[in-house]
Ligand binder design. Structure first.
Ligand code: FAD
Length: 435
């Protein structure tokens, strides 16, 4: 028997349910990756993806197989190769977005037409597969805390080991790697399972211990930075959670992985999460293009906000606390529609994905799953709490590097001549006194 494994965002050989199933059930396996021009992946993610695909090909070659690479419609390519090599099955990881649902429907139809079995494997993208946990009387959890309780009590499957060997049918043209991508954020991290596993090892053996205490401290940079590796499946969330859980700091860390699962199961139930309000309501957003531009480029004149936005541009990454501060500033302080922020984040984040990006934006904007939808984060109070010494602002806003705390967070209060020398904008909005 021959099976095609259609890789999507599960770019790893370890604990890959689709690959494991194909290897267990077929004599020969065709690992296939198709870059789909319909997805229009922005530069940072395109680069991370290209790295990850190159590493996956190398790993599969070391196992005696290869990664077959095509450009075009993944459904047509998978069916085309399957009919050419006489494959009996196509195996693909289940996923939650609208795009993935359409791809699956078309795969369903086309494989049935060609008498090829389609297997959609659960368990690739989350620790607990969306839909596995359901509250009484509902199809998904709308509130995190009860979800977290159920998540902790759920039984996890055993991770799959990497296959020991892969046998590829002969005569398939391997295809070239995705083209090199330029114009990325200068400090973007390299993609791929190897870099991901390396980072996991270093994280588990050291800094995880201090995660609970330091995860919100902006300058400490004391989080795992594994999000892009999780986004592209270079790292298995289940393997990561299983390895972390019983270590010091592991429970706090797993709680964040459960947030990720939470937004996946919300998006599975509400696939329009990236464009429509989860909780619809009459809302008046403010369409101030100048304010949107100032926010995007990190020139709002509020240092803690600008530092976050500039970290994003420079690294294709932003600290979670800064994401919350910048998102709250855009939606609650400026009253701008969360979709503007969501799209800008999606353009630059290496970890940008529909479920987590939209889930968090809607949570902050009060249109989503928060139980306190009226909450506004005060940028100044957040700065005082999470960047007390101003080190995070100094790192990303060079105009302010010579200032010390607390003035670094309120440069508009400096004497006029001093303020002018900074070449840093005045705030685009006067923060309320309570801020
Ligand atoms: P760690 O603190 O080390 O956490 C470990 C992992 O848990 C992360 O890699 C991530 O997979 C998951 N996680 C942590 N916090 C969250 C959270 N609040 N929601 C969901 N998962 C979480 N995360 C994304 O992966 N993609 C996004 O597009 C994204 N957009 C966001 C937009 C906004 C407005 C906000 C407030 C948060 C967003 N997040 C997103 C969540 C979070 O900020 C990042 O996952 C985290 O900063 C990644 O850094 P880390 O890997 O060092 O996280």
């Amino acid at each position: 028997d021959v099976a095609i494994v259609l890789f999507t965002r599960d770019l790893r050989v370890r604990d890959n349910p689709a690959l494991a199933s194909a290897c267990a059930n077929a004599r020969a396996v065709v690992p296939l990756f198709v870059t789909d021009p319909a997805l229009a992946v922005p530069r940072n993610r395109a680069r991370f993806l290209a790295d990850s695909v190159a590493v996956l090909r190398q790993e599969l070659r070391e196992l005696g197989g290869d990664l077959i690479i095509r450009h075009g419609d993944p459904v047509a390519e998978a069916i085309g190769i399957a009919t050419r090599v006489g494959a009996q099955a196509i195996v693909v990881a289940g996923d939650v977005t609208r795009y993935a649902a359409r791809r699956r429907e078309r795969l369903d139809r086309e494989s049935a037409r060609h008498r090829i079995a389609l297997e959609v494997t659960p368990g690739s993208h989350a620790v607990v597969t969306p839909g596995d946990l359901r509250p009484a009387g509902g199809d998904h959890y709308q509130v995190f805390t009860p979800y977290w309780r159920a998540w902790r009590a759920a039984a996890w499957r055993q991770p799959h080991p990497a296959p020991s060997a892969i046998s590829l049918p002969e005569g398939i043209e391997p295809g070239g790697l995705p083209a090199a991508v330029s114009g990325c954020s200068p400090a973007l991290v390299p993609g791929g399972e190897r870099a991901g596993l390396d980072l996991v090892r270093r994280w588990l053996d050291g800094p995880l211990t201090g995660y609970g205490d330091k995860r919100d401290a902006l300058a400490a940079d004391a989080t795992s930075r594994l999000s892009a590796y999780l986004r592209f499946g270079c790292v298995s969330p289940l393997e990561l959670a299983s390895a972390a859980l019983d270590r010091p700091g592991g429970a706090e860390y797993c709680r964040q992985l459960a947030w990720r699962d939470f937004f996946h199961q919300v998006t599975a139930a509400f696939p329009d999460m990236g464009c429509a309000d989860y909780r619809p309501g009459p809302r008046q957003w403010n369409a101030d293009q100048d304010a949107i531009d100032a926010w995007r480029t990190g020139h709002t004149g509020i240092p803690i906000v600008d530092a976050g936005m500039r970290q994003l541009a420079q690294e294709g990454f932003m600290h979670n606390r800064a994401r919350m501060i910048t998102a709250s500033f855009l939606t609650r302080t400026l009253g701008i529609d969360w979709r503007h922020g969501y799209r800008h984040f999606a353009e630059l984040l290496a970890d940008g994905d529909v479920a987590n990006n939209a889930g968090n934006w809607q949570w902050v904007a009060g249109t989503g799953n928060s139980t306190r939808p009226g909450r506004v984060l005060s940028p100044l109070r957040q700065a005082a709490r999470f960047d007390r010494d101003g080190e995070y602002v100094r790192r990303y806003v060079p105009e302010l590097a010579a200032l010390t705390a607390p003035h670094i967070h309120t440069p508009w209060q400096l004497p006029e001549t001093r303020r002018r020398q900074l070449h840093y904008p005045n705030p685009i909005i006067e923060l309320p006194v309570s801020h």
